[in-house]
Design a protein. Structure first.
Length: 399
């Protein structure tokens, strides 16, 4: 990862000096000289040089790289419409533990326009020691190419050891592009993170082979070590006495080629009426409901509890309910205070999405159903008898 001037090719034309957005190049005896402490390796000078006099190499990691230069745990602070998403705070809480073991800094990376600065204090509340604030008009709303370009520049300049992102629609899209851009290893949909006590590298655990085993993956030769983690896998915990840390303002270079696709309009999907990831109470239905019309039982119980309706993959595949309600490895990962599973057997794919719930109540006719292994309370019986009974009793208790 380096940049240098090829002296015999440099003509002293000063085109590179004029193109550098960070004023990192000056002329000395009619030859360009780069200040490596200021340079971000953005490549603007390379594109402007007509004589191929600038050699830029941006490979990160690899067997020959000096990995000791990479320090710090970074968390991508995903924001939508100017508000930081909950998954960022969850990752900061977990990242604090990792940074503690490594005895390094926990940093957040926040992208947006000038108005995003209002959100900075929340990142320090959840343990960030430092915030890298990437400001540009094109970063106000998420757009793959500008975000990738901006964060890749920051990674190249500041060299984080670990980079964590939420396994959301945005995080998954960004992580894949970013890993390729900086030459990093990436483990997707992690359910556990730890540090190897001897090697001091990140241990990334995720379901594999359809969720039948849990695989722990390492990236010993590449930096940063990158992981995406589903929302609600970790708990968000505010620090006891938050201190406002350092804010590093970074203005990325976003070129015309990064804007080949332009964002014209954002249209909200009004058909999505449920936010399972944020629900504190979820009542879910499975194959035991027998047919689509019986989801009415689940909806009535959820309504009286003030909760959301969830579903197993089998019911979604059968067309009984929309995919917005699906809980599990291929649906939403949830962690409500109360999760009621009705007619759900509890295959490992479903358990992976809800077993971190505070209290789990299972209703199933099969006493050997796997759902009972994770349930706090279990009812072995017919859901068509017990779900209406629960609904009636709760209505009576509430007057």
């Amino acid at each position: 990862m380096s940049i240098k001037i090829i002296a015999e090719k440099c003509t002293g034309c000063t085109l590179c000096v004029k193109s550098c957005p960070f004023a990192a190049i000056k002329m000395v005896e009619r030859k360009a000289v780069i200040d490596l402490d200021t340079c971000t390796l953005c490549g603007a000078c390379v594109e402007s040089c007509k004589f191929n006099a600038i050699d830029l190499k941006k490979e990160l990691g690899g067997a020959d790289a000096d990995l000791s230069h990479f320090k710090g745990v970074w968390v991508f602070a995903e924001q939508r419409e100017g508000k930081i998403q909950s998954v960022a705070y969850e990752l900061l809480s977990e990242g604090k533990k990792l940074a503690g073991v490594l005895k390094t800094e926990l940093c957040a990376v926040l992208c947006g326009d000038q108005n995003i600065e209002e959100e900075l204090d929340h990142l320090f509340d959840y343990g960030a020691d430092k915030v890298y604030l990437l400001i540009h008009p094109e970063l106000k709303h998420y757009h793959t190419a500008p975000y990738t370009r901006a964060i890749a520049e920051a990674i190249t300049k500041y060299k984080p050891e670990i980079m964590l992102l939420g396994a959301t629609t945005m995080g998954r899209d960004l992580a894949a592009r970013l890993a390729i851009r900086v030459g990093a290893g990436l483990t997707a949909d992690c359910t556990g993170l730890d540090i190897d006590p001897i090697k001091k590298i990140l241990l990334q655990t995720r379901p594999a082979f359809g969720g039948n085993i849990m695989a722990t993956i390492q990236a010993p030769r590449h930096r940063p070590q990158m992981s995406t983690v589903r929302p609600k896998v970790f708990k968000k915990i505010k620090v006891a006495a938050p201190k406002k840390g350092e804010v590093i303002r970074f203005s990325p270079v976003i070129n015309a080629e990064d804007l080949l696709v332009k964002l014209l309009e954002i249209v909200a999907d009004e058909s999505v009426k449920v936010n399972l990831s944020e629900a504190e109470i979820i009542v879910s239905g499975g194959r035991g409901l027998q047919e689509a019309k019986n989801f009415k039982l689940i909806e009535e119980l959820a309504a009286i509890l003030g909760g959301a309706v969830g579903a197993s993959r089998a019911t979604v595949d059968a067309g009984w309910i929309s995919a917005h309600h699906q809980v599990g490895q291929t649906g939403k990962t949830v962690s409500p205070k109360l999760y009621i599973a009705c007619g759900i057997a509890g295959k490992i794919q479903h358990l992976a999405g809800m077993q971190s719930s505070d209290t789990i109540v299972a209703i199933n006719k099969d006493p050997d159903a796997p759902i009972f292994k994770v349930a706090t309370y279990g009812i072995v019986g017919d859901l068509f008898e017990y779900v209406p009974l629960l609904t009636r009793q709760i209505k009576e208790l509430r007057g």
